[in-house]
Design a protein around this ligand. Structure first.
Ligand SMILES: C[S@@+](CC[C@H](N)C(=O)[O-])C[C@H]1O[C@@H](n2cnc3c(N)ncnc32)[C@H](O)[C@@H]1O
Length: 349
């Protein structure tokens, strides 16, 4: 690990994402009527999702979120039940807080959250979805200005987390493929920690233009090894969903799967497994739900944020390990925390 770990910035991202958790709460009480639906009897997750008219993704964002808020819980039979606290959000309880929470029910963010939950995403996607390039439709990641805005929007987080990630990953000689690598910070830090290795940064062309500027700045930082980095990194523009990926020893998927729905994650796991050489390692850096799908709150709030803005959500380690095993990899049992409610898991080929 690093000698002096940097300050964990999680309090900032937790407060930021709490906005999306609040929208989930008020939408659940006043627009979807989750607590009234459950007030008579506990229901299996599939049944309550069906009664609420929610698809798999919105259900897996909303219901774990309400569990993390301690308003719902799983009973011994695995059904979702209202907790003692959650009873105070039903009309049948006296007193209850629905009059008070209802003061926020017409908030624009709450109304839009309810609409997105019912629709499994925004109604109008003419401009494309942030961080996502899929098929022939428009993508902000292919528009020079938007690609720059979104990529630089993640730069501070990546700059802060990447030394911690590089210190936590295995040290080895070989090649790193940083898929959907964005700014490239994870690659640059990993190369500094592995001086005899090389790397490919794979992303959309407009994103790689920004990454190249960041590499130029990084190379001038004066840190040991930084000035020679550009000879060890290749930039490869492409579409990770369709283009052939180069063979590699280590593949890093940082904040990647969480932008995509489950079937796409399964496809990506297969594609990434095929790109690994024998003995290769697939590393996932992300924020993980509990395997019991009931928290933690910072991650269910993050899942609500991702649901709002992308095609994805947060997933549990068990969900990831299932996809990686189905793709022929051997998931390890290591759970390595990094910071900002993120962590690493990895699998071997
Ligand atoms: C949330 S960002 C993560 C960036 C970086 N890994 C990080 O952690 O900072 C997702 C990245 O996926 C890229 N991306 C989205 N769809 C893609 C596609 N079909 N092929 C390649 N990259 C894609 C985006 O351009 C964006 O840089």
């Amino acid at each position: 690990m690093l000698n002096t770990p940097p300050l964990d910035l999680a309090p900032i991202t937790r407060h930021l994402r709490a906005m999306f958790g609040s929208r989930l709460l008020v939408a659940a009480v006043h627009h979807l009527h989750v607590f009234d639906q459950l007030s008579d009897e506990p229901l299996p997750l599939a049944e309550i999702s069906h009664r609420l008219g929610l698809g798999e993704r919105p259900a897996m964002v909303l219901l774990p979120g309400l569990c993390a808020m301690e308003l719902l819980d799983y009973d011994e039979a695995g059904r979702l039940a209202i907790t003692e606290l959650g009873r105070y959000l039903t009309q049948s309880q006296t007193p209850n807080l629905t009059g008070y929470t209802g003061l926020e029910k017409d908030d624009a963010g709450v109304i839009e959250m309810a609409a997105r939950l019912r629709n499994d995403g925004p109604l109008d996607t003419a401009e494309g979805i942030s961080f996502v390039k899929e098929g022939e439709g428009p993508s902000p990641m292919d528009d020079p200005e938007l690609a720059r805005k979104f990529t630089l929007g993640l730069a501070g987080r990546a700059r802060h987390l990447s030394p911690i990630v590089a210190a936590s990953m295995t040290k080895r000689e070989g090649h790193l493929l940083d898929v959907a690598g964005g700014t490239g910070f994870y690659t640059y830090e990993w190369l500094l920690a592995n001086p005899n290795s090389t790397a490919t940064l794979f992303d959309r062309p407009a994103v790689l233009n920004v990454a190249a500027e960041i590499l130029a700045e990084f190379s001038r930082s004066g840190r040991p090894g930084a000035s020679g980095l550009s000879e060890r990194v290749s930039f490869l523009p492409g579409d990770m969903l369709t283009d052939e990926l180069p063979q590699t020893d280590i593949l890093l998927a940082a904040s990647l799967f969480h932008d995509w729905p489950t079937p796409t994650c399964q496809l990506l796991a297969h594609r990434f497994a095929s790109a690994l050489r024998a003995g290769g390692e697939l590393w996932v850096h992300d924020a993980f739900l509990n395997d019991t799908l009931d928290g933690p709150l910072p991650v269910t709030d993050y899942s609500a944020q991702l649901f709002w803005g992308t095609k994805g959500r947060c997933y549990s380690r068990a969900e990831y390990r299932g996809w990686l095993a189905d793709a022929g990899l051997k998931p390890t049992s290591e759970n390595i925390p990094t910071q900002m409610d993120y962590g690493l898991i990895w699998a071997k080929k």
